[in-house]
Design a protein around this ligand. Structure first.
Ligand code: ZN
Length: 374
């Protein structure tokens, strides 16, 4: 039987956003001290689920089942074990951008394996005889760590990594000096794309308020970066995040507040890309699209915008999505069905290749520089 999703052999899917890190890479007390209890006594979640299955509350049982799946995936021994799980849900020709995280210095307790070990293990997976060809490994950086920029160079030059992931609200601004002086110029010189976390959810540095986290996550926080490095291919992940998608659809915009549209990150990202001022700015729909029925109509509208449709990347955020009701496969098939072959091909194949810098090198020139250089 033919592989269902490869009916169009031209569409070789790239999932631009997945994770394979394990419990060994997450801080002991994250997100709360309670987490440590679950880590050492996973049977507690199972016990809770068993009890709740005997009550009339289906939703709670569902939720606990998903929590259990999430913990089970995260507690796999190796990144390869997690990666093998992702492979269940996609055609065999699919490739995956794998994004590590450095959570050792974020204030939630020690990690068993540091970022150097996490990078090394990911490099090993990328060299694996069978799975390696499907892995596109990215490095990550916590710029206040000693030797942070050196580690990025090691990942690229010695381990063959293909891009960089940053996660500012773990404790730094996107225009941190190390990034501006060393890392972004290096990415431009080496034709490496950058992925950054852009939603109000996710992990924050211990003690950081929502406001402080939002300040370094807001698309506006990247304007300086984008202006200084117009060739940097930067992806704002999650397209602003599902709470901003919901608010866009549910609350709309206050007609008397001239800034209302810019306070909503979905609307702001769409505006920034459509403006043409940032020709190498991208966004991905990872996690956000798992609220599928609510969000697909807006995504379809965005795919009618001429500039925006060139800059939206398919990504899922596995295995964070194990907390959601739909599986990876259900979402990617629904997406393909609802968008149609042309648009699906655009976000899952054409745009990712351009963002990754495959077959053609550097990013687009800003318009003024095109004219300036003739
Ligand atoms: Zn993610």
């Amino acid at each position: 039987m033919p592989d269902l999703q490869t009916d169009n052999p031209e569409t070789r899917i790239v999932n631009c956003h997945v994770h394979t890190f394990t419990t060994a890479h997450t801080p002991l007390y994250f997100p709360t001290k309670l987490a440590a209890i679950f880590r050492f006594a996973p049977f507690l979640i199972r016990a809770l689920r068993w009890i709740s299955a005997r009550t009339p509350y289906d939703e709670t049982t569902d939720f606990l089942k998903r929590l259990e799946d999430f913990h089970r995936t995260g507690s796999r021994k190796t990144q390869q074990d997690v990666f093998r799980e992702i492979l269940h849900y996609y055609p065999q020709s699919t490739r995956f951008v794998v994004l590590p995280m450095d959570m050792e210095l974020i204030g939630h307790g020690p990690v068993e394996q540091d970022i150097f070990a996490q990078h090394d293990e990911l490099a090993k997976l990328a060299r694996h005889e069978k799975y390696g060809p499907q892995v596109i490994p990215f490095a990550t950086i916590y710029p206040d760590r000693a030797g942070a920029a050196d580690e990025v160079r090691r990942c690229v030059e010695e381990l063959g990594f293909r891009g960089l992931k940053i996660y500012p609200k773990l404790g730094f601004a996107p225009d941190h000096k190390v990034l501006m002086d060393e890392v972004y110029p290096y990415c431009v010189d080496h034709n490496l794309p950058v992925m950054t976390h852009c939603s109000r959810g996710g992990v924050s540095h211990k003690g950081w308020s929502q406001h402080r986290s939002d300040q370094v996550t807001d698309p506006n926080a990247y304007i300086d970066v984008l202006r200084t490095f117009p060739h940097l291919r930067l992806c704002l992940a999650h397209f602003g995040g599902d709470s901003d998608w919901l608010s866009h659809l549910r609350d709309g915009f206050d007609p008397d507040d001239p800034r209302a549209r810019d306070k909503n990150w979905v609307s702001l990202i769409a505006k920034m890309i459509e403006s043409g001022d940032y020709p190498n700015l991208y966004t991905d729909i990872s996690y956000t699209i798992f609220k599928f029925d609510k969000h697909i109509p807006l995504l379809r509208m965005f795919m009618r915008q001429p500039k925006l449709k060139e800059k939206i990347l398919f990504g899922s955020d596995f295995y964070m999505t194990r907390q959601e009701a739909l599986s990876e496969k259900a979402v990617s098939i629904r997406l393909r069905d609802q968008l149609g072959e042309t648009d699906f091909h655009q976000i899952a194949h054409v745009n990712p290749q351009r963002w990754l810098g495959e077959g053609g090198g550097a990013g687009e020139l800003p318009l003024d520089q095109v004219t300036a250089s003739g």
